[in-house]
Design a protein around this ligand. Structure first.
Ligand code: 8Y7
Length: 279
């Protein structure tokens, strides 16, 4: 497995699990007219995550939560590009753009992003060509169905085998298109067209994904697989999110995508201590 990712001028060391911080750019009370977040707020939040130990900042302008509607390309561009432009000079770590649209991939990298996080694994028209053009690491995630309907009736023969089969097909497709091997990151996509039992099987058997020989990204932060067990709201899921982050890192995940960076970094330090300190 490749032990580092080359994000333009910036490198990510994968000899230890790293944290990807989710940058919230969804409209909130701090945003201007309710439609876009102010770049200053986004920079503050990103800087806080970097200070807490984030190795990558992931910024996305399309909600991929279950049931979410699709976003028009112009809206996504208007939301994401100004924030990336403002952000890249202010933080020392790579910025990843969470998108499935070729126009957004190209514009985001032009604006200074140096990784692509695509929950649709470069299956949308034009995205393979865009990814070849920009030549940055790209995360290929497994999703069954589309966000709007993916949780209605997810079905697998063997969830881990089926996901590995899908990811192998995507690896072949992106290599055929001319994407370099060093730029591939894989993600089984917790919560994306999976039942609670599918998600816990993926976690329990996560080591099997390492057999593909590529860096692995995993996102479990605040997801419904936690709520399903604890019956609690999203804002109370941080401690369980840290527990799952440590479990998935112990099973071979290289990059953990989280909202609560400081707490996750502390948890991962415990794993590192256990693995490295001996008498
Ligand atoms: C994931 C993700 C989300 C994930 C990757 C959420 C954008 C839903 N989850 N990208 N994105 N992996 N690669 O709850 O698990 O954060 S959005």
């Amino acid at each position: 497995m490749i032990k580092r990712l080359n994000c333009g001028q910036k490198e990510i060391d994968l000899t230890q699990p790293q944290v990807m911080g989710v940058l919230n750019v969804t409209p909130d009370s701090f945003s201007d007219g309710g439609k876009f977040i102010k770049p200053e707020r986004a920079i503050q939040h990103a800087q806080k995550m970097v200070a807490a130990g984030a190795a990558i900042i992931d910024i996305g302008g399309e909600s991929t939560r279950p049931g979410a509607a699709e976003v028009a390309v112009d809206d996504e561009l208007r939301r994401v590009v100004p924030v990336i432009e403002a952000l890249v000079g202010e933080i020392p770590v790579p910025v990843s753009v969470d998108t499935s649209k070729p126009e957004v991939m190209l514009a985001a990298v032009e604006a200074g992003a140096s990784m692509v996080n695509d929950v649709r694994a470069l299956r949308e028209p034009g995205t393979l060509e865009a990814a070849v053009e920009i030549n940055v690491p790209v995360c290929l995630m497994h999703m069954q169905g589309q966000p709007r309907t993916m949780q209605s009736n997810p079905q697998y023969n063997d969830v881990v085998s089926d996901i590995i089969h899908f990811l192998r097909q995507r690896i072949d497709a992106v290599l055929d298109a001319g994407i370099s091997k060093e730029n591939i990151v894989l993600d089984p996509g917790f919560g994306f067209g999976k039942t609670t039992a599918h998600n816990y099987t993926m976690l329990r058997e996560f080591k099997r994904f390492t057999e593909m020989g590529f860096p692995l990204l995993a996102g479990l932060s605040r997801k419904s697989m936690i709520g399903a067990i604890l019956d609690n709201p999203v804002e109370e899921r941080m401690p369980a999110s840290v527990a799952l982050a440590v479990l998935v890192a112990e099973r071979g995940a290289n990059i953990i995508r989280v909202h609560d960076v400081k707490e996750t970094v502390d948890g991962l330090k415990m794993l590192e201590a256990m693995q490295n300190l001996e008498n």
